[in-house]
Ligand binder design. Sequence first.
Ligand SMILES: Cc1ncc(COP(=O)(O)O)c(C=O)c1O
Length: 471
Amino acid sequence: MKKEEFIKYGYQLVDWIADYLEKVENYPVKSPVKPGEIKSQLPSSPPLHPESMDRIMEDFEKIIVPGLTHWQHPGWFAYFPSNNSPASILGELLSAGLGTQGMVWQTSPAATELEEVVMDWLRQMIGLPEGFAGVIQDTASTATLCALLAAREKATGQAVNENGFSGVLRVYASREAHSSVEKGVKIAGFGKKNLVYIPVDDEFAMIPGELEKAIEADLKAGYRPACVVATVGTTSSGAVDPLKPIGEICRKYDLWLHVDAAYAGTAAILPEKRWALEGAEQADSLVFNPHKWMLTNFDCSAFFVREPQLLTRTFEIHPEYLKTGVDAVVKNFRDWGIQLGRRFRALKLWFVIRDYGVEGIKKIIRKHIHLAELFRDELQQDKRFEIMAPVYFSLVCFRLNDSRSEEQLNALNQRLLEAINDTGRVFLTHTTLNGKYTLRLVVGQRTTEERHVRQALEIIKNKADELLKSV
Ligand SMILES: Cc1ncc(COP(=O)(O)O)c(C=O)c1O
């Protein structure tokens, strides 16, 4: 592609993205295509000869766009958000344009040093004490795996890295912890059966006394406790494990404490939500995702560690071809995680924080929390609905409950969710809480306003009317 063409299509694409973001509300939130429908329209072998950008864009609009589920839709209330912003998109574009790869300091000093600086900005924003050092990972799943690996090495004095596994190490998490903890435990070689699920209280938060009981029982049985993963903002209900008592138990038994605040960590930039991370200063590591709720497009996961040398000792490698003359005085982020090559993600984060300012980001997070509370309050007025968990952030868990059997209620609520999503105007997902099929509504899109939440309320109530009439 010639420079003139690059400029022409570059402008065209930026125009396309700007229009898309402005009009995304006109699409059905969730793609209505059937499995295989997109693949069947694509050639099964690659083109031998160059094709024009016009043709490529044409196919993009015709084939790809109908197969998109629109995460930036203001009617997106599903899973957790993965929001973006114009500043973030520009930072990402620049990062692709530079094509820089920041595996070690000298492969782009600015990539490493900007990452150090923006991660320290984030540290201050969520109120972690000085001393915690940050690194950007692709996802919270990777960050949690890194924490588990570092915990494993700390518990065994680097023996597993050196000799492979021997003996049984135990990991503890609440039964509401995200599936990435189980995945990490399996990959890191602990073995799934050595992940001990700790009971939760009525609000779905880990019970510290039960954690201590489990550790004591394991010690008696000859197991070696190694790590606790506490969650701030669980995926199912937004529950908050109490970090202070959990941290004290971890100190008492010398266990690694990893905090998974993937979604709710962003809320800690608000003074009124800082309580959720109270006790995080005792953690050994913490992760939260700017790519979920902080306007920074996927992927960008902020991983902090209290003693970076415990992390780097787990991951460091020193092949001749990667050595540089400044290794003793710089950070080489290749030693802070699994991958060697690293994208320049700090750029988009830098753009976002500067474009909004901390106060600008707070305003949006506050708006989302306010809208979630409004949804809860309005839904509560309708006695057919039941709120299933406390609303601490921007996630509301609810179900229709007309006092039929639990089994029938589960089926009814599943049908309700399908009917809501079939409208194409909103997209919600579900979970189960204590075995009860529960709908989740999460407010987190940059452009979601009160009218979108009111529209969701109207759709939910109308579909409930229709459903209850028909059964
Ligand atoms: C609490 C929690 N932890 C971890 C994850 C995994 O996030 P990621 O996709 O960044 O790996 C999620 C995803 O929603 C989550 O809710």
